[in-house]
Design a protein around this ligand. Structure first.
Ligand code: TXA
Ligand code: MG
Length: 323
């Protein structure tokens, strides 16, 4: 199968209506999309990604007004957050209606719902009679794609079309939240909306999700090794790590500045120390670095606030695989 990259929405609509899978742009990362109401179409997503079937998919809708079509009960606080943050990088876990196939939620009674904030994909969704189930458009476990070319690198020959929406403006996956019996917000995955923003809107502190009783992660974002480059990655003080690994071919991911080290090729994510710029550049830089044939990647610890928390989360998952 030949994979084509283009900006033809009519073609994207036709393929999706035929029950095919295509890659779509979002402001967070590119998604691998299918008609969420069609099980046969959704199965193709799992096959193309080599994704285990126990791992549920996010359902993308055109407007928060549609959430009630797919969710049984929507807590008032979810409406409040969606009003402030949707369309945007936030996903809500809500009790599902029967119209959503069990395959999409991997058997869970909860469905993950998000309104992506990308003009091409919003216009696509508004012309479709169904919502789109979509995980990130990468092979399972690898770094999420923030450019159409990243999708091609992972899925060439496995899908017919990649709808090209240029570089993702946020660059990190959505923040996933659920609600406890008291309708308090539980964060399942940190992402493009910061915890501070959520707390500011609700006026209450969030809870961080733990693992379920069987020690099964409730979100693959919680699997320890995920978002991982193929090259080994170590997090810490770059100068110290460079000394420890002397003699190895090293590259590094730095926040705002380079250090005086002549044995490390250094990549700065934001010269102006902007965490949103750093987020936007993180996955692209990880992919670039992964092609350099280095022995190891060194990564700095980012400030642990705002989007820095999500950056640190992704870096630590990228490291976990080697521990
Ligand atoms: O920004 C994003 O969220 C991107 C774009 C494409 O929307 N999507 C994304 O999808 O990152 P994915 O599948 O790579 O990660 C979604 C996470 C998974 O870890 C999955 O386990 C969790 O959402 N999830 C989806 N449905 C769920 C459900 N019903 N209950 C619990 N977790 C769920
Ligand atoms: Mg993913």
């Amino acid at each position: 199968m030949q994979t084509i990259i283009g900006k033809n929405i009519d073609k994207a609509i036709r393929l999706l209506e035929e029950g095919k899978i295509i890659a779509i742009p979002t402001e967070t990362v590119y998604g691998l999309a299918a008609n969420a109401l069609n099980e046969e179409a959704v199965i193709k997503i799992f096959e193309a990604k080599n994704r285990p079937a126990f791992n549920p998919l996010i359902v993308h809708i055109k407007s928060w007004d549609d959430a009630g079509l797919y969710a049984q009960h929507i807590p008032a606080i979810a409406h409040q957050l969606a009003k402030a943050l949707s369309p945007g990088p936030i996903t809500f876990l809500l009790s599902k209606k029967d119209i959503i196939p069990d395959l999409v939620t991997a058997g869970s009674a909860l469905v993950a719902i998000r309104v992506p904030n990308h003009p091409l994909t919003l216009s696509l969704l508004s012309r479709l009679a169904f919502p789109l189930a979509a995980p990130s458009a990468n092979e399972f476990g690898y770094i999420s794609p923030t450019l159409a070319s990243h999708v091609l690198d992972s899925l060439e020959g496995k899908i017919e079309y990649i709808l090209d929406g240029e570089a993702a403006s946020v660059g990190l996956e959505s923040t996933i939240i659920g609600f406890d019996e008291n309708e308090q917000v539980i964060v399942h995955r940190v992402g493009g909306v910061s915890i501070e923003e959520i707390e500011e809107i609700t006026g209450f502190p969030v809870k961080m999700a733990g693992k379920t009783e069987e020690n099964k992660p409730t979100s693959s974002g919680q699997l320890k090794s995920h978002y991982a480059p193929k090259t080994e990655l170590y997090i810490g003080d770059i100068a110290e790590l460079a000394k420890k690994f002397e003699g190895k071919k090293m590259v590094s991911i730095n926040f705002q500045q380079t250090y005086e080290l002549n044995n490390v090729q250094q990549f700065v994510l934001s010269e102006t120390a902007s965490l949103s710029e750093a987020s936007k550049n993180l996955f692209h830089t990880m992919r670039q670095i992964d092609k350099l044939d280095a022995d190891i990647i060194l990564a700095e610890i980012f400030p642990d606030n705002g989007l820095g928390k999500a950056i640190n989360d992704r870096l630590s998952r990228a490291q976990a695989i080697y521990k």
